[in-house]
Design a protein around this ligand. Structure first.
Ligand code: G6P
Length: 472
């Protein structure tokens, strides 16, 4: 059965010589599925984009269609910058102080979700009119909570999956939203809703029970006569791609160059979008604490923090940018000596080959989000570092926030509380001195988990569970 995906971001991007898959796991997992099954991907066209509204892809086979829903500036502001990024994103991550509910955000969100759903319905109706089977729908993430409801109203027997890529908070936190019930209703029109952990799925079922009085039996939620399952389907990375990057000719040299440029010190690495959920400021403070506690490390260790620009124009992101500039300046001003700088802060985007080189160069990956649905940087680091260690390179260690989905799966990591500066500093000290045999043992443990959660397997498992719907 063909597939209609609905996601805010498109799976392909324009390049100087045509089109290429978007970077990131979702596109790499789902493009092969779409090429195989056919169908469409419905995505947003932002106000500054000039991409076509409809195009087939790949150009040679035209296996599926990319349809874009064009948003004008005010709609984009209220739906994406507003409801998605100033309300749903912080709330899901328990950062209630960043939540700014606004009536106009809500209205725009509803209107834009309807347009996405109608674009998806159009694809299905065209299929049906041509005598083809009705496609399966798969809706992605917190931008699209109301889409299932509109699809269901248009095609009552549709098969609809939904995947929620961020944490689902405790019901008592979710209910803070004035539109909590409407949003839940919108999602419950799905047949299957997937989450990264059983804890998030459990929170979702509880929200449905507490806020809407839905009946919950095992994984199944029954609401107004419709059954929807909430299951855990943890996502991972494209393992083959990252292992390939680690083994690529020149990768080891690139890593050696990074180390040399930093003066041969030990490297503690952070890689994140510049986002307040990632715990970047607290991480900087923890590193400062580390320098206070361990003066003998001065000149011997640097924190390389890569922060890729994200959601610029949203006030909290712009503010964080200023605070990170200030924090890195403060720490370097206080401790830098000769050629050594304790913090190497890079507010830039890097391609995956460069990131893989940084992963390979790092002694410790310092992954300390305040909350994260999964956190794939942890997976990427473990995959790359494990391959390098296997090929005779230096194995790295992973320090990981216990408030991430990844902490449920990556047993070889050092788990930390990202709010505990002293704890982070001490764990960093331990991780930097970890004997090589233990690093290797921990990495091979993590590698198993990373392979089990491969993003292609994730997509396949979710779709199998969705396709099984109604077959009994
Ligand atoms: C998170 C979300 C995704 C989103 C990505 C990048 O991973 O779960 O849905 O696409 O962040 O954020 P952006 O706002 O640039 O799409």
């Amino acid at each position: 059965m063909s597939l209609v995906l609905v996601a805010n971001r498109a799976p392909i991007r324009p390049t100087p010589d045509g089109w290429a898959p978007s970077l990131g796991g979702l596109a790499s997992a789902l493009l092969p599925v779409l090429e195989d099954r056919g169908g469409a991907w419905v995505a947003m066209r932002g106000p500054d984009e000039e991409t076509p509204l409809t195009q087939t892809y790949p150009p040679e086979t035209a296996a599926f269609t990319v349809r874009r829903v064009p948003l004008e500036e005010p709609e984009f502001e209220a739906f994406y910058q507003g409801m998605a990024n100033r309300v749903l994103w912080p709330l899901s991550h328990y950062l209630v102080e960043h939540v700014e509910p606004d009536r106009s955000f809500r209205d725009a969100y509803r209107a834009v979700n309807r347009r996405f759903a109608h674009a998806a319905l159009d694809v299905a109706r065209t299929d049906l009119a041509a005598g083809r089977e009705q496609p399966t729908f798969w809706v992605q993430d917190y931008h699209m909570m109301l889409v299932p409801e509109t699809i269901r109203a248009g095609l009552p027997d549709a098969r609809i999956g939904f995947f929620w890529h961020v944490p689902w908070p405790a019901s008592e936190v979710f209910r803070i939203l004035p539109s909590a019930r409407d949003l839940l209703r919108g999602m419950l029109a799905s047949d299957l809703v997937g989450f990264h952990t059983e804890g998030y799925a459990e929170n979702f079922r509880e929200s449905a029970r507490d806020l809407l009085g839905a009946k919950v039996e095992g994984e199944t939620i029954t609401f107004e006569g419709h059954r929807c399952r909430a299951e855990s389907h943890p996502i991972g990375i494209d393992v083959e791609r990252f292992e390939g990057l680690a083994m690529a000719p020149g990768a080891a040299e690139m890593a050696a160059e990074i180390r040399e440029d930093l003066g041969g010190v030990q490297i503690v690495l952070g890689v994140d979008r510049l986002d307040y959920t990632k715990g970047l400021l607290l991480r900087m403070e923890a590193f400062e604490r580390f320098l206070e506690l361990y003066p003998e490390r001065h000149g011997e260790v640097s924190l390389v923090q890569i922060a890729t620009p994200s959601r610029t124009g949203v006030p909290a992101y712009d503010q964080l940018k200023r605070e990170m500039d200030e924090a890195s300046g403060r720490i370097n001003g206080r401790y830098a000596k000769g050629a050594w700088a304790p913090v190497r802060y890079r507010y830039q985007s890097f391609d995956q080959a460069e990131l893989a080189a940084y992963y390979q160069a790092a002694d410790v990956a310092f992954v300390t989000p305040l909350r994260d649905g999964m956190n794939l940087v942890a997976h990427e680091f473990a995959a790359v570092s494990a391959v390098c260690a296997e090929r005779g390179g230096r194995p790295g260690a992973l320090v990981l926030s216990e408030l991430t989905g990844a902490a449920d799966y990556l047993d070889g990591a050092f788990l930390v509380n990202p709010y505990d500066a002293d704890g982070l500093a001490r764990t960093l000290d331990t991780a930097l001195d970890l004997p090589e045999t233990e690093r290797r043992a921990r990495l091979s443990q993590m590698r198993e988990a990373v392979r089990d959660l491969d993003v292609h397997v994730w997509a396949q498992r979710f779709l199998e569970s969705l396709d099984a719907e109604g077959e009994d």
